[in-house]
Design a protein around this ligand. Structure first.
Ligand code: C5P
Length: 287
């Protein structure tokens, strides 16, 4: 095999709680992560000449060693002494710096793709260990589905299937830097009301009861991002007005998603939210 194409799915956070700040600066989290059908496509092609060659449909992204996809390829080439070179092409659909793990999922897809393309036979545990060296969300992106994520995001517990739920995602017109959000996060400002009840949320999701789930869907990072950028709370308000059964900011933002009772309602909301030209909007399903 000399060529492979794989989808790299985005994620949303059905909840996000910060447990504590670690000595190394990272935060210990407790969150429910969910894969959605919005995806980039990663094309990998073996080349005779050595070296990694990266191309991205979004020209504003770096096509060098600062790109997570590049770092993933480099890690695999160095660790497994792979011969020749690799052409990586990213067809980008997931917005960048948006709280949807766009960079992490490209890295995850490159790791998985190289494993197949070069017949390395690595198991998912090994791929996740490698992925963690690139970013905290990469192990989840390798596994996908509905997961409770703990530690810095790498300790994953499978939850009951929550696929096939209609989702609308809106990305207000700002880019958010995750390190900046975490550096502004102040644990002493968080009240019990701001925190998700993760146990109750897991129960509601298992019953696929979105209304009940919405009562427990909280993201403590909203405290930082929404106070910083009004447009994010505006997006959440409009998502609710557009008929979402539940809505929340994903990750450190600024993307806000809504869960809908059915596809028709999701389409109506998508049409309403697409009317704001400065915001990008997608319709998707949980995977
Ligand atoms: O691991 P990743 O590169 O995705 O994380 C980006 C930044 O987000 C980290 O450098 C850190 O500042 C912050 N972060 C954190 N705690 C986490 C995950 C990320 O503080 N669990």
């Amino acid at each position: 095999m000399s060529y492979i194409e794989i989808p790299a799915y985005a994620k949303i956070n059905l909840s996000l709680d910060v447990v504590r700040k670690r000595e190394d600066g990272y935060h210990e989290l407790k969150m429910i992560m969910q894969t959605v059908s919005l995806h980039d496509t990663i094309c990998l092609e073996k080349t005779r000449e050595a070296g990694i060659h990266l191309e991205c449909s979004d020209r504003s992204l770096p096509a060098d060693s600062t790109n997570t996809a590049w770092r993933a390829a480099e890690l695999m080439f160095e660790r497994y002494g792979l011969a020749g070179g690799l052409r990586v092409r990213i067809i980008k659909r997931i917005p960048v710096a948006a709280g949807l793990a766009g960079g992490s999922t490209d890295a995850a897809a490159v790791l998985k793709g190289i494993n197949e393309l070069y017949d390395l036979g690595l198991d998912i545990g090994e791929l996740k260990r490698l992925g963690l060296r690139i970013g905290a969300d990469v192990p989840f992106c390798i596994e996908g589905g509905t997961r409770l994520a703990e530690g810095i995001g790498e300790i994953l517990t499978p939850l009951p299937d929550f696929s096939g739920v209609d989702v609308v995602i809106v990305r207000p017109d700002i880019a958010i830097s995750t390190p900046q959000v975490f550096s502004r996060f102040d644990m002493s400002q968080v009240t019990e009301q701001d925190r998700p009840d993760t146990g109750q949320l897991i129960g509601a999701l298992a019953k696929r009861d979105i209304k009940e789930a919405s009562r427990h869907m909280k993201n403590v990072l909203e405290l930082v991002t929404m106070r910083w950028h009004d447009t994010v709370s505006l997006a959440k308000g409009r998502m609710e007005k557009a008929g979402a059964e539940a809505s929340l900011m994903s990750g450190s933002g600024p993307s806000v998603f809504g869960l809908f009772a059915d596809q028709e309602k999701a389409l109506e909301a998508y049409t309403m939210l697409s009317a704001y030209p400065q915001w990008e909007c997608w319709i998707a399903k949980t995977v």
